[in-house]
Design a protein around this ligand. Structure first.
Ligand code: CTP
Length: 407
């Protein structure tokens, strides 16, 4: 189930958006309505509120709206921004980056795909200004549900009528369920910490919560990929549609990841897990270690470096693409560059966990993408948005390696 923001702008077709909301729900999606001021002249927000069971975002400056569901918060939770009907005015705002109400601000703030169903008078639709705006949006990757021909509210007969609600629902559903670029792809994602048991009650662990890896897994599943998630212990529910294997120790993660990564199907491995580098040399004691007056010295042995093993085994082959993370406390980029070479991977997502808004536990991350092509700083954003950026990078990389392989 995906959360869809349904943008409703001020055309006569606004009443049909009610049916679109229902259709999306019937296909298992959650809908939150965003109405422009003019849309509310045609249909009341109460109608959408009753159907979606969610407060309707109708006024950017309504008291309380910025406390729980401001456009930035919504922007990072939705998986699709669908605008139906989209008037010439909204299309113009989107094309020109204007953000003067909730819907147009949401459009700029979200990195989710955007699907637009235009509806307007025939002459407006064929006006050079509107055509140019539509071309700008298409070039930016916005998708459209083309308007149909028919009797228009203004009395004209021609093109400009909002597409049928069922057609719009099917287009949205298709985009959400693998009409995206990752259909037919397989990705292996690791997440969470590993726990190295000392005895039945104690372990060596780390502060990873698994959120970054789970965000990558959820995003890949939303794009239609087959997702294998190998997760250390976390308190997170597995994202919908992923095949999860739970592991505990670095050794278990090592054997599980190497078993899965080279089955011939996996296109990319994203190692977001914080794998322990050391584990008790003698293994976990069967009984609880008792304290004494003496200090306790633990002997630890190195665990396998899973990512380096993946890099060594893949060698010069194009697949699977390999992505590692580097959680550092200073010199993040330099260290990431060294890891890129040493572990023979394609991308290292580096972050300095001491920076505000970065690192373990929080909802956001600040990262730098380090690859052979260079260094790309990514400003502070939600982990889900960072997951989108990482998968876009992998997508471009896989496309480029396919071209290289052919030439
Ligand atoms: N990693 C791994 N196996 C390990 C340790 C780390 O696969 N035993 C992976 C992590 O999943 C992550 C990347 O390698 O993608 C992090 O590498 P690294 O920075 O080497 O881990 P640290 O041990 O945290 O760093 P350092 O070498 O600086 O100690």
């Amino acid at each position: 189930m995906a959360l869809v923001a349904l943008g409703v702008s001020g055309g006569i077709g606004a009443y049909k958006a009610v049916e679109i909301a229902r259709g999306l729900q019937q296909r298992g999606h959650d809908v939150t309505a965003v109405m422009t001021a003019n849309a509310q002249r045609f249909v009341g927000p109460l109608t959408f509120e009753a159907i979606t069971k969610r407060r309707v975002a109708a006024d950017q400056f309504a008291p309380g709206i910025n406390a729980d569901i401001d456009h930035i918060a919504l922007a990072s939770t939705i998986e699709l921004l669908l605008v139906a009907p989209a008037t010439a005015d909204v299309i113009g705002k989107f094309a020109n980056g204007i953000a003067d109400d909730f819907l147009s601000s949401l459009h700029l703030a979200t990195t989710a795909p955007v699907l637009v169903a235009p509806a307007m008078n025939t002459n407006m639709l064929s006006h050079a200004a509107v055509r140019a705006n539509l071309d700008v949006l298409a070039a930016r990757g916005v998708r459209f549900v083309e308007p149909g021909d028919g009797y228009l509210a203004c009395g004209w007969v021609g093109r400009g009528r909002l597409a049928d609600p069922e057609t719009i629902v099917a287009a949205a559903d298709g985009l959400l369920r693998g009409g995206s670029t990752w259909a037919g792809r397989s990705i292996l994602v690791t997440a969470g910490p590993t726990c190295e048991d000392l005895d039945p009650v104690r372990f060596l662990g780390n502060r990873s919560t698994g959120r970054m890896g789970y965000a990558v897994a959820a995003e890949a599943a939303a794009r239609g990929a087959r997702v294998l998630l190998v997760s250390g212990p976390t308190s997170l529910p597995p994202p919908a549609g992923v095949e999860m294997t739970a592991v505990r120790s670095a050794d278990q993660m090592h054997s599980e990841v190497l078993r899965l990564a080279f089955d011939g199907e996996v296109d990319a491995v994203v190692m977001a897990a914080a794998v322990a580098d050391y584990t008790p040399a003698a293994g976990a004691q069967g009984v609880k270690i008792r304290k004494s007056e003496d200090d306790l010295v633990l002997e630890l042995r190195r665990t396998p470096d899973v990512l380096a093993k993946l890099g060594a085994r893949r060698g010069n082959a194009a697949r699977p693409a390999l992505v590692g993370f580097a959680a550092e406390t200073g010199d993040a980029v330099e260290r990431a560059r060294a890891k890129l070479v040493r572990k023979r991977v394609d991308l290292v997502v580096a972050n300095d966990v001491t920076e505000p808004g970065a690192g373990f536990g929080g909802d956001t991350n600040v990262a730098t993408l380090v690859s052979e092509a260079g260094v790309e700083p990514i400003s502070r954003r939600s982990k889900r948005d960072l997951a989108r950026v990482i998968l876009d990078w992998v997508e471009a990389h896989l496309g480029a390696s396919r071209t290289t392989a052919r030439s």
